[in-house]
Design a protein around this ligand. Structure first.
Ligand SMILES: Nc1ncnc2c1ncn2[C@@H]1O[C@H](COP(=O)(O)OP(=O)(O)OP(=O)(O)O)[C@@H](O)[C@H]1O
Length: 232
């Protein structure tokens, strides 16, 4: 097991948002988290990287209890977080945005590893452009590449396909699969698009009202489950 959440509760102020979440993800898995708006998917990812603190329960990553660790130590231990909305710094160049990812990891080198451009050839052509001038899909690819720069063991991605045109969604799916396969990086992806999840994931978790209500291997993600927990 690479990541385990045991009975994790998280609140915003006095208001609990996650109510004792249990989740276990194996090394090398691609797991997707599904659920309607507002059920706590983003909060769950944020609690793993430490942007939200668990008020009870614990989070075990790579055999270490990280529940009380500050964000930078979690990042250094091998967790990369790619937030919803990508958070590219618009006035910095693509190159400088990429370099921001280096500071999160353990390595001291300031060179961009060649593999980044193998996974994302597009970035090479745009290295000196301002990040804010890239298209939404390109910014998403940059955000994933920036996450890779820290040489993580796990990447947490929050709706990487949101607002992105279908041809680029396909490209992102292919690249995520390659990153998983070729680098052995475990992926946890919050995602609304069921078709995308069925193509990408080996495992799924469905959340409702701050808890995990269903989980399994992807073939068990039946239309009945989709209808019950995801249809609006
Ligand atoms: N900063 C905040 N302060 C107070 N409440 C918040 C804050 N952020 C989120 N919430 C609330 O916490 C709950 C869970 O939000 P969260 O963003 O984790 O859900 P989500 O499943 O990721 O939803 P979405 O798909 O809309 O991103 C929601 O009810 C939301 O209104």
């Amino acid at each position: 097991m690479l990541l385990e959440l045991n009975d994790v509760t998280v609140s915003y102020g006095q208001t609990p948002v996650l109510f004792g979440v249990n989740m276990a993800v194996d090394r090398g898995d691609i797991a997707c988290i599904l659920g309607r708006n507002g059920v706590g998917k983003t909060t769950l990812l944020r609690s793993v990287i430490g942007l939200n603190k668990a008020i009870s329960g614990n989070i075990i990553f790579d055999l270490q209890n990280i529940t009380r660790l500050p964000i930078f130590k979690r990042a250094r231990s091998g967790i990369a977080y790619i937030p919803q909305g990508r958070e590219i710094i618009p006035y910095l160049s693509v190159l400088d945005n990429l370099k921001l990812g280096l500071s999160a990891g353990k390595k001291k080198s300031s060179k961009i590893p060649h593999e980044i451009f193998e996974f994302f050839p597009m970035l090479k052509q745009h290295l000196n452009r301002q990040g804010g001038l890239l298209s939404g899909g390109q910014q998403q690819q940059l955000a994933i590449a920036r996450g890779l720069m820290s040489d993580p063991k796990i990447m947490l991605l929050d709706e990487p396909t949101e607002g992105i045109q279908p041809s680029i969604v396909q490209e992102i799916e292919d690249t995520l699969k390659r990153i998983n396969r070729e680098k052995g990086i475990t992926l946890i992806v919050v995602e609304q698009k069921v078709d995308f999840v069925r193509q990408l994931a080996q495992k799924f978790f469905i959340m409702e009202k701050g808890v995990v209500v269903a989980e399994g291997a992807t073939p068990a993600l039946t239309d009945d489950l989709v209808h019950k927990y995801l249809a609006v």
